[in-house]
Design a protein around this ligand. Sequence first.
Ligand code: SAH
Length: 224
Amino acid sequence: APSGRSAALRARMEERLLAARFRYINQQLYTSTSQEAAQLFQSDPEAFEIYHRGFAQQVGRWPENPVHRIVRYLRRRPASLVVADFGCGDCKIASSVKNKVHSFDLVPLSPLVTVCDMAKVPLAAESVDVAVFCLALMGTNLQEILEEANRVLKQGGTLMVAEVASRFEDIRAFVNAMTQLGFKSVSKDLSSAFFHLLEFAKTGPPRRRPAPGLRLRPCLYKRR
Ligand code: SAH
């Protein structure tokens, strides 16, 4: 029937528009500072919803979601460890482990979220055992964000970073820059074609010099 055909056409058009909006918002997030990202989502809450639908669709195509790898890692360690999840999205970590988890994001997708810019979280210095960035190192002020993680982590605490593999220009340079920020590399899991999982330990406060090599390419999804 023609009406059925036009409904299908309309649905397809709407799907394409949403996909285009997702790519646009995603690009904004990777090419602006975290303060600008906070402003974007505050002024346009719908943008956040569209972004999250698109994000979930993209990661849903991967053979494995890195967040599950991080949950498994946390379950192997004592449940008494305090965790901070930077850019928590829908709080998969907080809802999957027994640990105390502080979940931070710009907009609350779940009641477990504390709304804030991850460059400035409401936690005391050296109050956290594990800091997590799962596909969440988005702003161009990467250094400021990682310095904030360093501030809240206890000495010897763990930093877990899961990021899209293609974002790394040079892993060695990245890991090197991390040492300047007060993190030593503990393990690197490069086994997935889609994401890298890097584990660091806090060695001390960041050094004063800026950390060269601390660069990640924006993750710009292709049109499909
Ligand atoms: N870690 C979750 C979500 C990843 S999507 C998961 O793996 O499922 C990236 C998340 O980072 C989004 O929810 C986005 O809103 C959040 N984010 C991006 N910039 C942020 C900022 N400056 N402060 C807090 N959250 C931020």
